[in-house]
Design a protein around this ligand. Structure first.
Ligand code: 5GP
Ligand code: ZN
Length: 114
């Protein structure tokens, strides 16, 4: 996906503050943090969203969760707690069409739909 922002970050064409990396996933700080810890974990391979991960590729979720947990540990919120969020599609609030999970922590989270 040549015009995808996050694919460009994976390719090193756009800079990002990388926190952690695995063979299949990359973690970097969100440019507009919503919490003291706000990291995005993305697959290196492009998927538009959760909706586009097929049965044969569903290991991607294991990879993302594993790296997100590594990030939570490295950022010191593993035990205090943190939130993992997938926004999906327009009404889900997804603004970048490359699959990603938000790692949010470092403050008390509240259930605030909307
Ligand atoms: P979404 O709303 O799609 O779930 O989340 C996209 C996230 O990407 C937003 O939290 C936004 O701040 C972040 N973001 C957008 N552009 C950039 C960028 O160029 N670099 C980084 N690090 N984060 C970005
Ligand atoms: Zn992409």
């Amino acid at each position: 996906m040549s015009d995808c922002l996050f694919c460009k970050i994976v390719a090193g064409e756009i800079p990002a503050r990388v926190v952690a990396e695995s063979d299949t996933a990359l973690a970097f700080y969100d440019i507009t943090p919503q919490a003291p810890v706000h990291v995005l974990v993305i697959p290196k391979r492009h998927f538009d969203s959760v909706n586009d991960v097929t049965e044969s590729d569903r290991g991607v979720f294991d990879d993302l969760t594993a790296l997100a947990r590594e990030v939570a540990t490295a950022e010191g919120v593993r035990d205090s707690g943190y939130r993992l969020v997938y926004n999906v599609g327009e009404e889900g609030g997804q603004t970048v069409a490359h699959l990603h999970v938000h790692v949010l922590g470092g403050r008390q989270m509240h259930w605030a739909p909307g």
